[in-house]
Write a protein of this length. Structure first.
Length: 338
C-alpha cells in the first residue's frame, strides 16, 4: 500500500508538466496564428497603397474573392480583382488578379504580381485602358510607410481617350521600370522605358520608337511613395539629374536642371538641354510635321549658330510658370499644369 501510494504521488508532477507544456504549445500556436493573420491584413493594406497611393478619406480599395495563403511559413494574399474608388478626385479604377507574398521571417519585404487589364475612369471624361504581358513588383516597408519600391512591366499597351475632346493617345513600351525610394524627407525616382512609341489619333507620328530614362529627386516629398503626403506635386521642388531620350543612330537628347511646381501646378525651371546630331533630329521632326518644315529649318539653323556650327547643341531651356523659352527669349510654347 505504501509503495502504491508513493507511485501515484510521483506521477502527479509529471502530469502537470505535460499539461503545462501542451498548454504552452497551444498558446504559442494561437499567438502565432493571430500574428500571421494580422500580418496578412497588413499585407493587404500595404499592397493596395502601392497600387493606389492615397491615404485620405473618400478613397477605398477592395480585393474581390480574397484568400490568405501560405500559412505557416509564408504570408500570401490572392484576389481575383482590385477595385479602387477615389470619391474626392472623381477617379475609379479596376485591375486584374493580384498575387502577393512575404516571408514570415521578413514580413517587411513584399513581392507581388498584378494581371491586366486595367481600366481607369475620371469624372472629367478621361478613360485609360491598359494591357501588359507581365507586371512584377517588390517593396520594403518601415514604420514611416513604404521605404522603397520597384516595378517592372513587360509589354505595356495603354490607350487614353477623352470624351470631351474626342482625342485618343496610345502608348506602347516593350519594358517599363519604375524605382522609388524615401531618401530622408525626399523622394528619389528613376523611370525607364525601352522601345516606347506614342501615337495621337489624327496626328502624324511624332517620333520613331525611343528609349528614355528619368532620374530625379523631389524635395520633402517622400510621402508620395505611399500616399501619406496629401498635397501631391503642387508646391514642390526638386532636381532633375537627367532625362535621356534616344531614338537610335546616335540621336540623343538630354535634359538636366532644377525645377519646381507652384500651387496651381505650373512648372518652372532652368534646364540644360543637349542635343546630339541636331540635323537628323530636325529631319525626324520635318517628317512628322511636314507643314512645319520651314520653322524646323529655321530653328535648326539658329541652334547650330548658337553651337558654332556643330551638330551637338547645348542650350539653356527656361520655363517660367509653364512658358518655355530657349535662353529666356526664344519662345517654345506653353506647358499645361499638372
Amino acid at each position: 500500500m505504501a509503495a502504491s501510494s508513493r507511485s501515484g504521488s510521483s506521477q502527479t508532477p509529471n502530469s502537470k508538466k505535460f499539461w503545462l507544456l501542451g498548454g504552452g504549445i497551444l498558446l504559442v500556436i494561437a499567438l502565432y496564428t493571430g500574428g500571421w493573420f494580422y500580418a496578412a491584413s497588413a499585407l493587404k493594406t500595404t499592397v493596395l497603397k502601392a497600387i493606389t497611393p492615397r491615404d485620405q478619406a473618400g478613397v477605398t480599395g477592395e480585393c474581390s474573392d480574397i484568400e490568405f495563403r501560405g500559412y505557416p511559413f509564408r504570408i500570401g494574399l490572392f484576389c481575383s480583382k482590385i477595385d479602387v474608388d477615389d470619391n474626392v478626385n472623381g477617379v475609379s479604377a479596376t485591375f486584374g488578379a493580384l498575387r502577393s507574398a512575404a516571408q514570415v521571417y521578413a514580413p517587411s519585404h513584399i513581392v507581388w504580381e498584378l494581371d491586366s487589364p486595367a481600366e481607369i475612369r475620371t469624372t472629367n471624361g478621361l478613360s485609360v485602358s491598359a494591357q501588359w504581358a507581365n507586371l512584377q513588383a517588390s517593396l520594403t516597408t518601415r514604420l514611416q510607410g513604404i521605404d522603397h519600391s520597384s516595378t517592372v512591366i513587360e509589354g505595356l499597351k495603354a490607350t487614353a481617350i477623352s470624351s470631351y475632346t474626342g482625342q485618343t493617345i496610345s502608348f506602347d513600351a516593350a519594358r517599363t521600370e519604375i524605382h522609388l525610394r524615401q531618401n530622408g524627407a525626399d523622394l528619389d525616382g528613376a523611370i525607364s522605358v525601352q522601345d516606347a512609341e506614342t501615337a495621337i489619333k489624327d496626328w502624324p507620328q511624332l517620333l520613331p520608337k525611343l528609349s528614355a530614362s528619368v532620374d530625379l529627386t523631389i524635395v520633402g516629398k517622400a510621402g508620395l511613395i505611399d500616399g501619406s503626403d496629401p498635397n501631391g506635386l503642387n508646391g514642390s521642388a526638386g532636381e532633375l539629374r537627367r532625362i535621356v531620350a534616344d531614338i537610335g543612330d546616335g540621336k540623343v537628347m538630354t535634359l538636366t536642371g532644377p525645377f519646381s511646381f507652384d500651387e496651381q501646378g505650373f512648372l518652372s525651371g532652368k534646364f540644360k538641354l543637349e542635343i546630339e546630331r541636331l540635323g537628323p533630329w530636325g529631319d525626324s521632326l520635318k517628317q512628322a510635321f511636314p507643314d512645319l518644315a520651314s520653322t524646323v529649318n529655321m530653328a535648326t539653323k539658329m541652334l547650330k549658330a548658337l553651337a558654332g556650327g556643330r551638330d551637338k547643341v547645348s542650350v539653356d531651356l527656361v520655363v517660367d510658370r509653364g512658358n518655355a523659352t530657349v535662353s529666356g527669349f526664344i519662345p517654345l510654347g506653353q506647358i499645361p499644369p499638372i
